[in-house]
Write a protein that binds this ligand. Structure first.
Ligand code: UT7
Length: 345
């Protein structure tokens, strides 16, 4: 029986206008452009303006994705939003995004840190494979800057805000999600977490005074985990798809730290040319990282019709998630109003 796979037919992104450079951060904490560049590869990141909300950013990216796919919000059968920085603790962002888009379909949120969007894509693949839904919006959005302690140089230099979205629709001709792997190791949760503000340690004056409502990270432990998972997950998903690493035309790694990607490339004996990198412009945008890189790879012509793309995310959880996709859309000479390639042109 022919397998129904989730194929990407639309894509869009939204990046806030405000830029925070390494020099800007050096004026706030004891760091330097040299240190950040050498240790991470990041040069600047975007952070939300007063007009940006998690919902508004998701909606901007989603409208572009719908436009590229040639769909209207009312055509959507499901919305999945990957997010760990919601506008409100309740309800989760997907409901706000559904309402703001004017869609009337079900919507839910996946909170799996930086791995969230790949978890969401794998979830969308299940609804497509079973034939339950046809037109699914999969969004990754983060205003992670709200959870950053701008007195902590070990975390505030790494992250930025962004949104990116894709539309997936069924394909019966071998395009779409070929394989995926999802993983969790909760024994390492405390290496990347926000210790205050939840039910165990609710918001209080003490939580605020001790800055426990901000992200805390054991960078070295996360670094080792990231290199290990990027390496093993890429091997696993390509094997599961019946492919070798050489068969991948492009690899989209989570954009956390250039040194993590370089270490994995070395372990895998792959050229860095095979990896798409945009972290120098955005830093780590958490759940938006992989879709933002995917959208930019399409826009820059790094992905061609029929290409096979591998992607691996890792982060809070500690979690990881990878997928191999056969790209079906004709990458285009036909451009939409905003410069995006139009699907099915
Ligand atoms: O989605 C997953 C999210 N998280 C990650 O991917 C993070 C993974 N980890 C990392 O990317 C790296 O561990 C960091 C970039 C966070 C840190 O780089 P590192 O090479 O592991 O540095 P380190 O923690 O070993 O620190 C080396 C030195 C320390 O000083 P001493 O103790 O040697 O005097 C730090 O205090 O660098 C110092 N340092 C800094 N110096 C200038 C730490 N952060 C900074 C900074 N500017 N921003």
């Amino acid at each position: 029986m022919t397998k129904r796979r989730a194929r990407i037919t639309g894509w869009g992104k939204y990046v806030p206008a405000k830029v925070l450079t390494n020099d800007d951060l050096a004026a706030m904490v004891d760091t330097s452009d040299e240190w950040i560049t050498a240790r991470t590869g990041i040069k600047e990141r975007h952070v939300r303006t007063e007009n940006d909300t998690t919902t508004s950013m998701a909606v901007q990216a989603s409208l572009d994705a719908l436009h590229v796919a040639g769909l209207n919000p009312e055509d959507l059968h499901l919305i999945i939003v990957a997010n760990s920085s919601p506008d409100y603790l309740l309800p989760a962002p997907a409901n706000f995004v559904q309402h703001a888009l004017g869609a009337s379909c079900p919507a839910f949120t996946i909170a799996a840190g930086c791995s969230g969007w790949v978890y969401a894509l794998a979830t969308a693949q299940q609804f497509i494979a079973t034939g339950v839904y046809q037109n699914i919006l999969v969004v990754g959005v983060e205003i992670i800057s709200y959870a950053l302690d701008y007195t902590d140089r070990t975390t505030c230099i790494l992250f930025g805000d962004a949104a990116a979205a894709v539309i997936v629709q069924p394909s019966l001709d071998g395009e779409g999600v070929l394989a995926f792997e999802l993983g969790s190791d909760g024994s390492q949760a405390h290496h990347l977490w926000v210790p205050g503000g939840g039910t165990v340690n609710p918001v209080s004056q003490k939580v605020v005074d001790q800055r426990e409502h901000y992200i805390r990270m054991n960078g070295q432990e996360v670094f080792k985990f990231a290199v290990r998972k990027l390496t093993t997950c890429l091997r696993n998903i390509t094997a599961q798809a019946g492919l070798t690493l050489d068969d991948l035309d492009l690899i989209i790694p989570h954009q956390a730290n250039l040194r993590i990607i370089e270490a994995a490339a070395k372990h895998l004996d792959l050229s860095m040319d095979k990896f798409f990198i945009n972290l120098h412009k955005y830093g780590n945008t958490s759940a938006a990282s992989i879709p933002l890189a995917l959208v930019e790879a399409i826009e820059e012509g790094r992905i061609h019709p029929g290409d096979t793309v591998g992607m691996v995310a890792f982060g809070s959880g500690l979690s990881w998630a990878g997928a191999v996709l056969k790209m079906g859309m004709p990458v285009a000479s036909v451009l939409t109003h905003n410069g995006h390639a139009r699907a099915n042109a």
